[in-house]
Design a protein around this ligand. Structure first.
Ligand code: SF4
Length: 335
């Protein structure tokens, strides 16, 4: 592995997978082109031939492959989900990322030698929950939700029976992850059951006399001033009228960036830093992977004197949501 901590990068397509590996990822994570993963967007993900090619490419370059089957299948989707587990194991992926306890049980019983990671969608934020998944399904790693402060991450690592992976860069999700009701309420399709927050079929763009506006299943999400950059409509990041004011009432569109606290994060004992964004382009994957690779190498070489370089911040700024970056919950001293 390049460096002691694992850099885990998104692979929404074969070109993105190659870009991540070539740019210094230690591992990539991907999903099948169906409703078994929480990034089920048109034009993304892997069919079986592409997945096989991706696994071969990563392995031949010394990178590991994790495969996300991280929805909570409805009864009608159970066969598809278990079939995805079997296919992934047969492909030789290095770990399965799963959230649903039933699916974890299926994988643990039917493929006892397969490495299992608890998805961020599992929302395990304390060592009792992690111990439960370890005892019952033998998980080897947990991906922590982005709702914990640095102190809380440290405490979880100290008591966790398994490896801990945290997000290092990318879009934020403000709900307790894995349990968002916003999108199911408006569209009937949640990230947990259908793999998307805002299904493309429910998205509508309109040009009006007061500017471009976006709707999700008829619900007005945002209205943009002339020339203003328009983001993909996501319910939690829309602008709504509250009293007299129209503003991002739930969450500002912004990207998590842990570079300012990287030394503290690494010293906490986490084993892996994950980049969000399987729905993003190959150029995004290349840029973010390169920056994180350089930062992790610099931080591990000399944590005492580590300072994020200006060019890293600028490079990330260009691909950040709303061109804003945040430490999210990590900096909350009161948590
Ligand atoms: S709608 Fe927002 S809060 Fe809900 S899952 Fe999507 S990103 Fe997270």
């Amino acid at each position: 592995m390049k460096g002691g901590i694992e850099l885990v990068c998104p692979a929404g397509s074969l070109p993105a997978l190659r870009a991540a590996v070539d740019s210094g990822a230690n591992a990539v994570y991907m999903g099948f082109r169906d409703a078994t993963n929480a990034r089920n967007f048109p034009g993304l993900n892997f069919d079986e031939a592409e997945a096989r090619e991706g696994v071969a490419y990563a392995h031949s370059h010394g990178a590991r492959v994790f495969l996300a089957i991280n929805v909570y299948p409805q009864p009608s989707g159970w066969g598809e989900a278990t079939c995805a587990v079997d296919r992934a194991v047969e492909l030789g992926v290095d770990a399965l990322i799963i959230a649903d306890p039933g699916l974890l049980r299926y994988a643990a019983h039917n493929h006892p030698r397969q490495r299992l990671h608890l998805s961020v969608q599992g929302s395990a934020t304390n060592h009792h929950a992690i111990q439960f998944y370890h005892d019952h399904f033998g998980i080897r790693r947990v991906v922590l939700p982005r709702v914990l402060s640095l102190q809380q991450v440290r405490r979880v690592v100290e008591t966790s029976p398994v490896e801990v992976e945290v997000f290092g860069y990318g879009s934020l999700c403000v709900m307790v992850e894995g349990r968002c009701m916003l999108s199911s309420y408006v569209t009937g399709a949640s990230p947990n059951t259908c793999g998307v927050c805002s299904p493309a079929a429910a998205v509508r763009w309109e040009e009006t006399s007061s500017g471009r506006q976006s709707r999700l299943n008829g619900v007005l999400i945002d209205r943009y001033a002339p020339g203003e950059a328009a983001g993909y409509p996501t319910l939690c990041k829309g602008r709504y009228r509250v009293g007299e004011h129209v503003f991002h009432a739930i969450e500002e569109p912004t990207s998590l960036n842990v570079l300012p606290v990287l030394p503290e994060l690494l010293s906490s004992g986490v084993v892996a830093i994950k980049v969000e964004g399987r729905q993003r382009s190959r150029a995004y994957v290349t840029r973010v992977t390169r920056v994180l690779r350089a930062a992790l190498d610099a931080c591990q070489a000399d944590p005492e004197r580590f300072v994020p370089r200006e060019e890293w911040v600028a490079a990330l700024d260009e691909v950040s949501e709303g061109r804003c970056q945040t430490l999210g919950a990590l900096h909350r001293s009161w948590q």
